[in-house]
Design a binder for this molecule. Structure first.
Ligand code: PMP
Ligand code: GLN
Length: 377
């Protein structure tokens, strides 16, 4: 059997969570909260299940949910979105896969930025696309735009961006988004914008969605995750927003990947989105956690990287050890009882800048216990 993904390994998230469980370590590795989903939202799901909303949802998603999302986008970004441009997916992961599969033909070049979320590359490869990776600045994780300009060719079909950025916590500025628009002006190049951490933005900064840029909005697909927004990563609920001609193609793939996703959950989310208080508190809530982790880690020898979004804080351990970052993460987990994610698996070229990522979507108590252990290293 010839593998279609010969180089794919078990995801680092699965590897580190398993190691954390086996070592009984505090798991600050895989990105998920250790606190509960709102009981109001859980009640709504329960309610709809009891009311018999247990059969297939419409293929593009429950219309009430798509309408609620369009209203949310209008409220959050002051941008008008047609509910028919929204497709409900099984998490952002399935949305990303459907988009890449729908757009990328064999031989098309796809530009993406390393360190990159791990699901982009296999999706490009399975579509026969040619991955064109560009490394972000290793210290501030900014995009080197001159290199992007040089790497755009007549074969470039798609550019994948991710803001706020996993794993670094960096965010793109309004100027970055304008530069991207300028570089692909008058070209048949699309943008896949992974915005799953849209509400996790700190220090008074703003999230610059591609949807806010009139030019990009007409050639971009934005991808979101209810898992990240409502602390429910296990539900695997997300959505894509794209202009009609792209949405039509995305849905052709989506319908044969899953057809549709959890009906009762969609109805519940439609209700829950009506109140913007249910997501507007998130930046403040997570910024307090980031700040707590940073202050607890001050006495440690780990050096923080600037984080303005996501629920991840990256640290350099160059003052502590020469180990590879995978070895460091394993050592931290097995010997010191705190699991982290090494950054090298996010690089196509395996770059190891001696950085690890900690997830701060955790209770105060968990963060305190973890920091106490890390300060002893
Ligand atoms: N993109 C990024 C940048 C992520 O960090 C994640 C993980 N939440 C996803 C996509 C996938 O999201 P989901 O869990 O909704 O599939
Ligand atoms: N997005 C999560 C993270 O970055 C993990 C998702 C997964 O385990 N596939 O940690």
């Amino acid at each position: 059997m010839t593998s279609k993904l010969p180089n794919a390994q078990t995801s680092i998230f699965a590897v580190m969570s398993k190691m954390a469980n086996e070592s009984k370590a505090i798991n600050l590795a895989q990105g998920f909260p250790d606190f509960d989903v709102s009981p109001v939202l859980i009640d709504r799901i329960h309610y709809y299940m009891q009311q018999g909303y247990n059969q297939y949802a419409p293929m593009p998603g429950v219309q009430e949910l798509r309408t609620a999302i369009a209203k949310k986008i209008e409220k959050t970004y002051s941008v008008g979105i047609d509910e028919d441009d929204v497709t409900i997916t099984a998490g952002a992961t399935q949305g990303l896969f459907a988009v890449i599969t729908a757009i990328v033909h064999a031989g098309d070049e796809v530009i993406y930025f390393d360190p990159a979320y791990d699901s982009y590359l296999p999706a490009i490869q399975l579509s026969g696309g040619i991955p064109v990776n560009i490394n972000l600045d290793k210290d501030d994780f900014s995009i080197p735009w001159e290199e992007v300009a040089r790497k755009i060719t007549s074969k470039t079909k798609l550019i994948i961006i991710n803001t706020p950025h996993n794993p670094s916590g960096a965010i793109l500025s309004a100027e970055d988004i304008e530069e991207l628009a300028r570089l692909i002006r008058d070209k048949e190049i699309y943008v896949l914008s992974d915005e799953v951490y849209e509400h996790l933005i700190y220090d008074g900064e703003e999230h610059h969605s591609v949807l806010k840029n009139e030019e990009l909005k007409n050639k971009s697909i934005a991808v979101y995750s209810f898992g990240k927004t409502f602390h429910a990563t296990g539900w695997k609920m997300g959505y894509t927003i794209a202009p009609d001609f792209l949405t039509a193609e995305i849905r052709k793939v989506h319908q044969f990947m899953v057809f549709s996703v959890s009906t009762a959950t969609q109805w519940a989310l439609a209700d829950y989105l009506q109140d913007s208080k249910n997501y507007e508190y998130l930046s403040k809530f997570f910024q307090a956690k980031r700040d707590l982790l940073l202050s607890l880690m001050k006495p440690s020898r780990f050096i923080p990287v600037k984080c303005q979004g996501t629920y991840f804080q990256t640290f350099s351990y160059r003052e502590i050890s020469d180990r590879t970052d995978r070895e460091m993460a394993a050592w931290m987990t097995k010997t010191h009882g705190v699991a982290a994610i090494p950054l090298s698996p996010f690089y196509t070229d395996g770059s190891d800048h001696k950085q690890i990522r900690l997830c701060f979507a955790k209770s105060e108590d968990t963060l305190k216990q973890a920091a106490q252990k890390l300060c002893q290293i």
